[in-house]
Design a protein around this ligand. Structure first.
Ligand code: SF4
Length: 103
């Protein structure tokens, strides 16, 4: 049996493996997978949401729960600097990076 070794020959090395496996890159919100109940605009929730409630607690004026689907969505885009900051805080705090900002 051949020993597998990391090497630059095949482009596989510890640094590239670490980059591929970093959870925050795997789970980065993707606009292609956003829920259809998100209101139009730059912030959105995608299908990685685990319904932890953090965004709804952080920015209740903007995030709501879809009770049937068991996930959050943007029901109102931020309309003030305060709401913008809270949406950004929710995005930064989301444990699975299900909130995106494509603005
Ligand atoms: S913080 Fe993230 S995982 Fe938690 S409910 Fe909101 S979108 Fe879903």
């Amino acid at each position: 049996m051949e020993n597998f070794r990391f090497g630059s020959k095949n482009g596989c090395n510890p640094a590239s493996v670490q980059r591929i496996c970093r959870p925050n890159q795997i789970n980065m919100a993707d606009a292609a997978n956003k829920y259809s109940d998100n209101v139009e605009g730059k912030f959105f929730v995608d299908d990685q949401c685990i319904d932890c409630d953090l965004c709804r607690e952080t920015a209740p004026a903007n995030f709501k729960r879809n009770d049937d689907g068991g996930h959050s969505y943007l029901y109102k885009q931020p309309e003030s600097p305060e709401e913008e900051a809270l949406c950004q805080e929710a995005m930064d705090g989301c444990p699975v990076e299900a909130i995106g900002n494509d603005g």
